[in-house]
Write a protein that binds this ligand. Structure first.
Ligand SMILES: Nc1nc2c([nH]c(=O)n2[C@H]2C[C@H](O)[C@@H](COP(=O)(O)OP(=O)(O)OP(=O)(O)O)O2)c(=O)[nH]1
Ligand SMILES: [Mg+2]
Length: 126
């Protein structure tokens, strides 16, 4: 199975809340909450993919970020290399540009939402 490279933006605002969106039911890991992100295109760096996905999905522009975690995860039906970036400075107003529900939640509230399994160790580190 080909391993797919994914870039993800963990957005943390000045109130220390995190931006999460709901994955469409029909998608891989559908019905779970996620951080904005998606597949890295062939001509992109992981950083470029993270910035592009962040803008396409929720309309934010990342201005300061750092790689927070990189991990391999095997879902059985898909194998992924996931690059998680922590974005603590950004511009724009977040909205679900693909019609997806969106929430800002505190670190302790993150535990109340179902995330894909690859996210669990990353959320524990936040
Ligand atoms: N965006 C995102 N994807 C995650 C997270 N955790 C996790 O395991 N994934 C997995 C689910 C998917 O298999 C993959 C992301 O792919 P995606 O479906 O968002 O890709 P994309 O935005 O490029 O979408 P598309 O063009 O295929 O519609 O990574 C997460 O926190 N955010
Ligand atoms: Mg996506």
């Amino acid at each position: 199975m080909k391993v797919i490279d994914i870039s993800i933006a963990i957005i943390k605002n000045a109130q220390h809340h995190f931006l999460i969106t709901l994955r469409p039911d029909a998608s891989h890991q559908g019905g779970k909450w996620e951080f904005p992100g998606g597949k890295i295109e062939i001509d992109e760096t992981p950083e470029q993919a993270m910035c592009r996905e962040l803008y396409e999905e929720v309309g934010l522009t990342a201005s300061q970020y750092q790689l927070f975690e990189k991990l391999f995860f095997d879902y059985g039906d898909k194998q992924l290399n996931l690059y998680f970036y922590l974005v603590e400075d950004f511009t724009g107003e977040a909205s679900g540009k693909e019609g997806q529900p969106l929430k800002w939640v505190s670190k302790s509230q993150l535990a109340e939402y179902a995330f894909p399994e690859a996210n669990l160790s990353v959320i524990a580190k936040l």
